[in-house]
Write a new protein. Structure first.
Length: 128
């Protein structure tokens, strides 16, 4: 929770009204929050703009939160490209269980820690 720069990645259906609680809590802690919507750059139902890819974020990203049931292997090339350009990602936080040790090992090779099957809200409620 001490990391300053966060990116939340999901599909349009993952960005529902509950995302306001998460982004609001992070911003209240003074964190920068970027949204990456893999299907659209405009999230009409919650009035937030989002990037199409993680490569479009032109600032530091320390933590990535993966929402919903994403194909983690589709993200590998984007994450590896980001790490080649910036080398900034420290943690990938998946809300769902991945059950893929090979994928976790791949991220570890880039120096990225992976937390999976741990809803971020459980940690957020213990923050001041």
């Amino acid at each position: 929770m001490e990391q300053e720069n966060w990116a939340i990645i999901g599909t349009k259906q993952d960005f529902n009204q509950d995302i306001h609680k998460l982004t609001g809590a992070l911003r209240k802690l003074g964190r920068a929050v970027h949204m990456v919507c893999l299907q659209s750059t405009r999230l009409e139902n919650i009035d937030l703009n989002a990037h199409e890819t993680i490569e479009d974020i032109d600032s530091q990203v320390d933590v990535i939160i993966l929402l919903g049931d994403l194909d983690h292997w589709d993200l590998v090339s984007r994450i590896s490209q980001r790490m080649q350009w910036y080398g900034d990602i420290k943690i990938i936080w998946s809300q769902s269980e991945m059950n893929d040790e090979r994928w976790v090992s791949e991220m570890y090779d880039y120096g990225i820690a992976v937390v999976d099957n741990c809803p971020i809200e459980t940690i957020m409620r213990f923050q001041p």
